[in-house]
Design a protein around this ligand. Structure first.
Ligand code: NAD
Ligand code: TYD
Length: 351
C-alpha cells in the first residue's frame, strides 16, 4: 500500500483528482489534506468519504509542525500538491493571502517532504500542479505557451504560482529532490466554486441575474474539462520524467463573449426559455485590472512523450457541466449561502 498525499483535495480540481485516484488505485491510500477555505468543500467528496483507502485531514500547508507530524504519521510515498488560493480577482483584492498559501505553503511542503525523505528519494515523487498563467499573456493569434516559454506573470495569483514553480525547480536542481510540474490551461466542470466565469454565469443565468462581462469580452481562454486535467495528472504522476515540466491543454480557445453566447444558448434550451432570452442579462463592466489578453497551451510534449489527449469536445463538456449544476442546485445554494459550514460541523467537526 502506498500512502499518497493530495493537498487541496476538497477544492475543484483536487476533489476530482482524489476521486480518480481512490477509485482507480485500490493499493494507494489517499490522504486529502485541506484547510477548507471558502473554496474547499467536503460535499464534493461524499461518494468516496467512507472508502477504506481514503482519509480526510483538515489542516494548513503553512503550518510546518503540523506537516511534519503528518509526514511522520503516514510516511508518504508521493505528494500531489493542488492546494492554493486560485482566483485572480481575489488576488487583486488580497494578494497577501496568495503569497502566504501559494508561496510560503509550497515552500513548507517542499521543506517538510525533503526533510522526511532525506537520503532516500528512491521511488518518491513530489508533483506540483500549476497554471499556464505563469507564462503571462499572448497576443491575439500569436503563438502558444511552450514548456520553455519565459515566465512573465502579471497578476498576484500568477506571480505567486510562478514563485512556487521556481521553488519546486530550485529543490530539484539544488537537492535532486524528485519533482515534476504541470502547467494547465483554464479548467471547467462539476464542483467549481461559482466565482469563476463558467459556474458564476450558469448560476446567474439560472437566477436571471446580470452577467458581468469584463471589458469588451474579447479575452481568450483555452478551456479543458477538469476530468481530462486529472487523467493528464495521473499519467504525469506515474510516467513523467523527474525535473520535467508538462503543459496541459486541449487546443480549445474561446473568446469570452463567444463562450458566453454558447452558454446562453445551451442554458436557454435546458431551462425551456426562448432561444437568446438570457442575452439581455449580458452586462459589460469595468475591465479586470491587468487583464491578460490571451492564454493558449501547446501540449505536444505531453502527447508525444506520454500519449495523453483530452477525451471531451467543449460543447459536450459544457452541456454536461450545466446539467450537473442544474441537478445540484442545493450544492450551489450551500456554497453561496454559507450553509456548507453546517454540513461540515455535522459530518466532521466532532471527529
Ligand atoms: P480551488 O480554489 O477550487 O481549491 C483550492 C483548495 O485548496 C481548496 O479546497 C482550499 O480549501 C485548499 N486550500 C487553500 N489554502 C490552503 C492551505 N493553506 N492549506 C491547505 N489547503 C488549502 O482551486 P482549483 O481550481 O481546484 O485549483 C487547484 C490547483 O490547480 C491550484 O494550484 C491552481 O493554481 C491549479 N490550476 C487551476 C486551474 C483552474 O482553471 N482552476 C487551472 C490550472 C491550474
Ligand atoms: P476566470 O474564470 O476568473 O479565470 P482566469 O482569470 O483565471 O482566466 O475568468 C475567465 C475569463 O472570464 C477571464 O478573461 C476573465 C473573464 N471574466 C468575466 O468577464 N467576468 C467575470 O465575472 C469573471 C469571473 C471572469
Amino acid at each position: 500500500m502506498k500512502n499518497i498525499l493530495i493537498t487541496g483535495g476538497a477544492g475543484f480540481i483536487g476533489s476530482h483528482l482524489a476521486r480518480l485516484f481512490v477509485n482507480k488505485y485500490e493499493d494507494y491510500h489517499i490522504v486529502n489534506l485541506d484547510k477548507l477555505t471558502y473554496a474547499g468543500n467536503l460535499e464534493n467528496l461524499t461518494d468516496i468519504e467512507n472508502k477504506s483507502n481514503y482519509t480526510f485531514v483538515k489542516g494548513d500547508i503553512c503550518d510546518g509542525p503540523f506537516l511534519k507530524s503528518l509526514f511522520e504519521q503516514y510516511d508518504f510515498d508521493g505528494v500531489m500538491h493542488c492546494a492554493a488560493e486560485s482566483h485572480v480577482d481575489r488576488s487583486i483584492k488580497d494578494p497577501l493571502a496568495f503569497i502566504q498559501t501559494n508561496i510560503v505553503g509550497t515552500a513548507n511542503l517542499l521543506h517538510t517532504a525533503k526533510n522526511h525523505w532525506e537520503g532516500n528519494f528512491d521511488g518518491k515523487r513530489f508533483y506540483h500542479i500549476s497554471t499556464d498563467e505563469v507564462y503571462g499573456s499572448l497576443e491575439m493569434g500569436g503563438g502558444f505557451f511552450l514548456e520553455d516559454t519565459p515566465y512573465d506573470p502579471r497578476s498576484p495569483y500568477s506571480a505567486s504560482k510562478a514563485s512556487s514553480d521556481h521553488l519546486v525547480r530550485a529543490f530539484y536542481h539544488t537537492y535532486h529532490f524528485p519533482v515534476v510540474i504541470s502547467n494547465c490551461s483554464n479548467n471547467y466542470g462539476e464542483n467549481q466554486f461559482p466565482e469563476k466565469l463558467i459556474p458564476l454565469f450558469i448560476n446567474n443565468i439560472r437566477h436571471n441575474r446580470p452577467l458581468p462581462v469584463y471589458g469588451k469580452g474579447i479575452n481568450v481562454r483555452d478551456w479543458l474539462y477538469v476530468q481530462d486535467h486529472c487523467t493528464a495528472i495521473d499519467v504525469i504522476f506515474h510516467k513523467g520524467r523527474l525535473g520535467e515540466t508538462y503543459n496541459i491543454g486541449g487546443h480549445n480557445e474561446w473568446q469570452n463573449i463567444d463562450l458566453i453566447h454558447l452558454l446562453i444558448k445551451q442554458m436557454d434550451q435546458k431551462l425551456g426559455r426562448a432561444e437568446g432570452t438570457s442575452k439581455e442579462l449580458i452586462t459589460y463592466v469595468t475591465d479586470r485590472a491587468g487583464h491578460d489578453l490571451r492564454y493558449a497551451i501547446d501540449a505536444t510534449k505531453l502527447k508525444d512523450e506520454l500519449g495523453w489527449v483530452p477525451s471531451l469536445q467543449f460543447e459536450e463538456g459544457l452541456s454536461k457541466t450545466i446539467d450537473w449544476y442544474l441537478a445540484n442546485q442545493t450544492w450551489l445554494d450551500n456554497v453561496t449561502s454559507g450553509n456548507y459550514q453546517k454540513y461540515y460541523d455535522l459530518q466532521y467537526a466532532d471527529r
